[in-house]
Write a protein that binds this ligand. Structure first.
Ligand code: SF4
Ligand code: SF4
Ligand code: SF4
Length: 374
């Protein structure tokens, strides 16, 4: 087995490939805990959970996590930082979307996460289903979400659902959609991961990307058989990235033609509820000055939102969690995407790409002094 080579992974028993990797990490004490996924009531509501015993690793129905992401404001990066100590004092194994990986890189730079203590399985995926479109879709199709057993997206425009034992295929046709932010995502390829796990087809394709990842995959051979594969997920994703980029540029161009008054007016519906802050994987201040001012009724909605945009503008990894969770449907991703493009055009800076890239707003001395000696 070689680093950088793709392998089709077939389970020897019931445990699916990624779960087998996580169990192997715990069994061999390569990590103290893993960040897993669990479904409570219905498959659209996937929750993160910390697991420390190998015997507690079961089938996590990961294609469902890939289709919906963690419910509401949760994400792998947020949960790792908030509920698992960021891997600062313990070793953690986790599954992460490409935008989670970018968030981990930004959090590492700010000493909130220690990537050296993590074993990451970065997933290749088509994007996540827009939660807000689901309720209407289920009503229109008379589907009881509690009867859906599994969901998987195996092409950019189609989703498969197993409803009460029966397989059905649905198109992303306007009623059911991929998240706005995912459809114009221009960073779909996963980076900095130890193992790449591709969920772009009905097979699970694993690629060891680092020595750490190779070690886990080799040790997991008691659960999995591997066969070299010519599957190239990156070429599929690059094509989608190009489309996403064109769409994003079109939106940004239209946004830049707006007057400042129009840009401000679009933020007028903000109620300063703070859900976007709760959802943001790179918002980590323990004592949030914006929420404090909001509780004291000392801030208006424009100052609240403009301050937040200014604060996280160069940390934003374009995950879209704020945008998809905003109860007022504010087009937050356009504001952040506009800043991201400016940072890239002016400084060549892309958030989450590498731990070596220093954010342009921080001077070198400042960043060096803030770096934790991991
Ligand atoms: S924003 Fe991009 S990387 Fe993140 S879930 Fe959507 S498609 Fe994937
Ligand atoms: S932008 Fe949306 S989520 Fe954020 S505080 Fe305003 S209303 Fe709430
Ligand atoms: S500001 Fe929004 S899009 Fe950017 S990282 Fe935070 S939640 Fe994601």
């Amino acid at each position: 087995m070689d680093i950088g080579k793709a392998y089709k992974a077939t389970p020897k028993a019931k445990l699916p490939p990624v779960e087998a990797l996580l169990k192997t990490m715990l069994e061999n004490k390569l990590v103290d805990k893993v960040l897993g996924a669990k479904v409570d009531k219905d498959v659209t509501q996937v929750k993160p959970e910390a697991i420390d015993k190998p015997e507690n690793i079961k089938d996590m129905n990961l294609p469902t996590y890939v289709a919906f992401n963690f419910a509401k404001t949760d994400s792998a990066a947020k949960f790792l930082h908030k509920s698992m100590g960021g891997g600062l004092n313990s070793k953690v194994g986790l599954v992460a979307r490409p935008c989670d990986m970018r968030a981990l890189v930004e959090l590492h730079k700010r000493r909130q996460v220690n990537l050296d203590n993590l074993i990451t399985i970065g997933i290749e995926e088509f994007g996540q289903i827009e939660q807000k479109s689901l309720k209407k879709f289920f009503t229109d199709k008379k589907i009881d979400p509690a009867k859906i057993k599994s969901v998987s997206i195996t092409s950019p425009d189609k989703v498969h659902m197993n409803i009460d034992g029966k397989d059905e295929e649905f198109s992303f046709d306007g009623n059911l959609t991929i998240c706005r932010n995912c459809s114009n995502c221009r960073n779909k390829t996963v980076q900095n991961e130890d193992i790449k796990a591709s969920f772009l087809s009905s097979d699970v394709i694993l690629t060891p990307m680092t020595k750490k990842g190779l070690d886990v995959m080799e040790k997991a051979s008691s659960y999995l058989t591997y066969a070299e594969s010519s599957f190239n997920g990156e070429s599929i994703l690059k094509e989608m990235e190009a489309k996403g980029k064109a769409k994003q540029l079109e939106e940004i161009e239209a946004f830049r033609k707006k007057t400042t008054e129009q840009k401000l007016a679009a933020l007028g519906a903000c109620t300063a509820c703070g859900i976007c802050i709760r959802a943001c994987p790179v918002c980590f201040c323990v004592d949030c000055v914006l929420m404090n001012k909001r509780k004291a009724k000392k801030i208006d909605q424009y100052t609240f939102q403009l301050s937040r945009i200014a604060h996280v503008g160069d940390t934003c990894v374009q995950c879209g969690k704020c945008d998809s969770n905003c109860p007022k449907n504010l087009p937050l991703n356009i504001y952040f995407n506009d800043i991201a493009l400016k940072l890239e055009q002016k400084y060549g800076y892309v958030t989450g790409r590498s731990i070596k890239d220093i954010p342009p707003r921080a001077n070198v001395t400042d960043m060096r002094s803030r770096y934790r000696k991991h």
